[in-house]
Write a protein that binds this ligand. Sequence first.
Ligand code: OGA
Ligand code: NI
Length: 363
Amino acid sequence: MAPLPISSIRVGKIDDVQELIKTKPNKVPERFIREANERGVLVSHKTHLHHHIPVVDLSKLSKPHTHDDFLFEILKLSQACEDWGFFQVINHGIEGGVVEGIEKVAKEFFEMPLVEKKKYPMEPGTVQGYGQAFIFSEDQKLDWCNMFALGVHPPSIRNPKLWPSKPARFSENLEGYSKEIRKLCKRLLKYIAISLDLKEEKFEEMFGEAVQAVRMNYYPPCSRPDLVLGLSPHSDGSALTVLQQSKNSCVGLQILKDNTWVPVLPLPNALVINIGDTIEVLTNGKYKSVEHRAVTNRERERLTIVTFYAPNYEVKIEPMGELVDDETNPCKYRSYNHGDYSYHYVSNKLQGKKSLDFAKILN
Ligand code: OGA
Ligand code: NI
């Protein structure tokens, strides 16, 4: 989430979806209606229960009973990263109060009157604040979602004017939560390094002062979930993403697996982790950033709190030597500064895995 210069991008009128459903609950404005081919097939989760994203038990990695237990869980992790790019973690050790606290203030934030939220606007071409990100033209379709995004770490990426004074204790909760998620990301990267036969500090040493940003996504109910998308298909530009779904959340996140949109069924007290573009490049495509999107629900709203964890902007990214072999596994991505990729990512609309073309070596 590198800052972009405030520009004169014309984005047209962007309806606030929470306000829209208050006044015209049964009408979906044209700008939200997707082409039939964009909506894709909605897969019923009942018929696809076997198609479950993997679940990794972090307690088996941090406090394994036996070394075999540890190796078994590492294997599960590596298969999840290779085959799915997504997994849920349970027994992650983050206290319930921290998770509930952030959910509470996020919910209270979105429930505030629009005038209050508009004090923290996401200006066109920028990615922090309240509004819709990734809109660059007047005819671009809109997502059925309100977002509130903030740079968190290092402090130099913060825009203090956008940290809200209301609801009470918003900032304290976000600080505390972000610290815990940061620790979790470091632990996960350690286990990911082990799963790749690398030394465990590999990513921590490479990333320097890692960049951390948070985005809260609020998806109000939509009378025609079949016509709209909550969030356009994309992969994340991060190294790792941690997604928290509100308690008792309905299904909303879907990932593209074998050309089918597979729903991620929320598990109590679990966090959803996904591999971002940066790990895909570093592992020369062994671990994949998988395309995903969010859909809406006819009756229920949904709230997610998403943390993006990435290397420092100065860090040079390229496939790691250990994962490249000129004969059998040639290098698939060029080298670049993470900051340049981050800038490229946020200055283009979300469009599947298109952002990664930036780094691909085409032959
Ligand atoms: C994201 C994302 C999915 C969701 O914010 O990058 O993929 O379910 N969110 O909110
Ligand atoms: Ni995402």
